[in-house]
Design a protein around this ligand. Structure first.
Ligand code: ATP
Ligand code: MG
Ligand code: FE
Length: 354
């Protein structure tokens, strides 16, 4: 099916067009720069930016794909989770387009779309998911390990962060180190010049009292915590500052990144092994991180897990991922959404479509 996907959950206005698992267009307009001076996304500014960028972004995507709206089989739109006002811009536009063009509408889950983007052909096509597929979702607002029974009907949560998301930890630590916004790419760039073994920062929830054992799993065996790491970085910075010494920003960035990536990958591989997962999808903005891609590849290979990593350009928010999930829903014969679907700012990952 030919599907148009609309993404407006945060600060990216994304329009994607796919035919099945083939990517035809992926146009993204970001209001990131408007938020940079505040150090984080300002919801009202994001919503206004979507309103202004929507039609130009749509036009460009249709041009790139060489199609017209009347050609599509369905329209998919992010219904949640995300910023309510931002979601409403995309949802309203999607409803208007669907109604005017007489197309079925699919309200989809942004998080499942982050994971489902791995189905697009770009690297290696995978029309149907093998049995025992899992997913590591690492984004600005979420960090979750999932069992994907079916991308269109059943996703189970195996573990998640109990405080900050991985992307949030990158963003907060970047601010602390004066590296600017968004923090992920800034930390990664600084870390590339530093020594990842200069500091031994904590890997949260890895003590036996939290993890238990394989036979008696503790409550946090497959969960993460990044708030202690953030505090440890802050303390290290303070120590240098109070001693009147220059803060070794690159070494701290590299050691911080190593701590995040180490604990993300080790817990993911173990969860996969204990839940009999043989294929793993990676998704979300933090999946763009080179060190994460590298270490997860290494550890999955050692554990005999087949890993699917989307191209970097499809990791952060975009419309192609929404279109890709929409195409799966259409192909699976899932019923379209009603024209009255609301924006669900805290939509759980288990609710794939609304
Ligand atoms: P969610 O998907 O949970 O609703 P979001 O949509 O805001 O949150 P994404 O767009 O998926 O988040 O990802 C943005 C996050 O990814 C930011 O926190 C950003 O710092 C992080 N990020 C982007 N590139 C990198 C990178 N190279 N290394 C680490 N983190 C990165
Ligand atoms: Mg963003
Ligand atoms: Fe996202």
């Amino acid at each position: 099916p030919l599907v148009l996907g609309i993404e407006t959950s945060c600060d990216e206005t994304g329009i994607g067009i796919v035919r099945g698992t083939e990517l035809l267009a992926n146009t993204v307009s970001s209001s990131m720069e408007e938020h940079a001076r505040f150090g984080g996304v300002i919801p009202e500014i994001a919503a206004r930016a979507h309103l202004e960028a929507f039609v130009p972004t749509l036009r460009q995507a249709l041009d790139t794909a060489g199609i017209q709206l009347k050609d599509v089989d369905a329209i998919a739109v992010t219904a949640g989770p995300g910023l309510a006002g931002a979601l409403m811009v995309g949802l309203s536009a999607a409803k208007g387009l669907a109604l005017a063009a007489g197309k079925p509408l699919y309200g989809v889950n942004h998080l499942v779309a982050h994971v489902g983007v791995g189905l697009l052909e770009s690297s290696s096509p995978m029309a149907a998911l093998p049995e025992n597929t899992g997913a590591l979702l690492v984004s600005g607002g979420h960090t979750e390990i999932l069992r994907v029974v079916s991308l269109t009907s059943q996703v189970q949560l195996l573990g998640s962060t109990i405080d900050d998301a991985a992307g949030e930890a990158f963003d907060k630590t970047a601010r602390l180190l004066g590296l600017g916004y968004p923090g992920g790419p800034a930390i990664a760039a600084s870390a590339a010049q530093g020594n990842p073994r200069a500091f031994r920062f904590p890997r949260g929830l890895t003590m036996p009292k939290f993890e238990g054992s394989a036979h008696a799993p503790g409550k946090h065996r497959h969960n993460w915590s990044f708030s202690g790491l953030k505090t440890a970085v802050a303390r290290a910075v303070e120590q240098f500052e109070s001693a009147g010494r220059e803060v070794p920003v690159q070494d701290i960035a590299a050691s911080f990144q190593e701590a995040v990536v180490d604990v993300l990958t080790s817990k993911t591989v173990r969860a996969a092994q204990e839940h009999d997962i043989h294929t793993l999808l990676l998704g979300g903005g933090v999946a763009a991180n080179r060190r994460l891609r590298e270490l997860l590849t290494e550890r999955c290979a050692a554990a005999g897990i087949e890993l699917r990593i989307p191209p970097v350009s499809l990791c952060t928010d975009n419309g192609a991922m929404v279109a890709a999930l929409g195409a799966q829903l259409v192909a699976a014969g899932v019923k379209p959404s009603g024209m009255d679907i609301p924006a669900d700012s805290s939509q759980p990952v288990q609710r794939i479509s609304v």
